[in-house]
Design a protein around this ligand. Structure first.
Ligand code: NDP
Length: 294
């Protein structure tokens, strides 16, 4: 058996197209232009690439994009001052502070300072708490994208056994909540879990969000399982360059899984597309409009 490959590129492009249609509609019908502000502190090369791609895709969807670059030695007070200005700015509906922040800055204080209504990364405790409580919330983008990819294979996740490996605030925990909202039965695994291969073997849906290259082996999987590989790991190649691999041993998994996301070209593609969805949703909610059709 060879697994069906879940094409994140195609699914993300389709989602971005639907966002652009809705952005055009709210502009036409309500004179509303959703705006996303991205704050980049310092010059981490990976963060710069992400921020550039967010900027390009936001503009391509017809939304306003505001970039704020601050030096790595910016003071906590100045960073909080910028967040406060963005909170007040009526043209800004989404605020994203690119993480990780340089050493010396208090990430938790910065996240807590963002207006929860504009928290398109879904990391503010209000949104995390609302999601955990089963209430309407802005949810983190990577877990949202992971669910959309799963639903490209299974129309309903009801009653399916899912395992989420990883329990970070950014990925694992919110993903667990989203899976519960879909009525899946969820196991949460982490570095202290016992017999991880045995736990994975029972799962119809496997989500790997660990940050360990190819940790999940093909023979751990239940035949036919759907595998969503969230990990992004850069490993050295023989020629001195690097290549990206996920947390799942892809070649092995291809022979056992029913469907699988590649790395790159899987979940990573969905993260920015879901950021656009969250910005559109935040703009509509702030303007008192009904939830958009994406
Ligand atoms: P964190 O480092 O915050 O969390 C990793 C989690 O994996 C922790 O909960 C940890 O457990 C668990 N873990 C570590 N080792 C093991 C092990 N041997 N067995 C089982 N669980 C283990 O990472 P993130 O959640 O931020 O990111 C996870 C991966 O996803 C990374 O590769 C990251 O690059 C990628 N990522 C991809 C995105 C995308 O757009 N595709 C976006 C965000 C992240 P414990 O809690 O016990 O320490």
């Amino acid at each position: 058996m060879t697994a069906r490959i879940i094409d994140g590129k195609v699914i993300a492009a389709e989602l971005r197209g639907r966002v652009a249609d809705e952005v055009a509609r709210v502009k036409r019908e309500h004179n509303l232009v959703p705006g996303l502000a991205v704050v980049l502190v310092g010059n981490d090369p990976a963060s710069e690439v992400y921020v550039r791609s967010k900027h390009t895709q936001t503009q391509a969807a017809g939304m306003a994009s505001f970039e704020h670059k601050l030096p790595a030695d910016v003071s906590q007070a100045d960073l909080l001052g910028l967040v406060a200005r963005l909170n007040r700015d009526p043209a800004v509906h989404g605020i994203l502070v690119q993480l990780p922040l340089p050493k010396g800055l208090n990430t938790e204080a910065v996240i807590n300072a963002i207006d929860p209504a504009k928290d398109v990364d879904g990391l503010h405790p209000n949104n995390a708490g609302r999601l955990a409580g089963g209430f309407e919330a802005l949810s983190p983008c990577t877990p949202l994208g992971s669910i959309i990819l799963t639903k490209s294979v299974h129309a309903s996740l009801e009653g399916m056994n899912a395992i989420v490996i990883g329990r970070s605030n950014l990925v694992g925990r919110p993903l667990v909540q989203l899976l519960l909202n879909e009525n899946a039965t969820v196991t949460i695994a982490h570095s202290r879990s016992r017999d991880l291969p045995g736990l994975v073997k029972r799962a119809d849906l496997v989500y790997a969000a660990v940050g360990k290259p190819e940790m999940v082996r093909g023979d751990w999987l239940k035949p036919g399982a759907t595998v969503i590989d969230i990990g992004i790991n850069r490993i050295p190649k023989d020629d001195g360059k690097t290549r990206l691999v996920g947390d799942v041993a892809y070649q092995e998994a291809l022979d056992v899984a029913g469907a699988i996301t590649p790395v790159p070209g899987g979940v990573g593609q969905m993260t920015v597309a879901c950021l656009l969805v969250n910005t559109l949703r935040a703009a509509c909610a702030i303007a008192g409009l009904p939830k958009p059709a994406v």
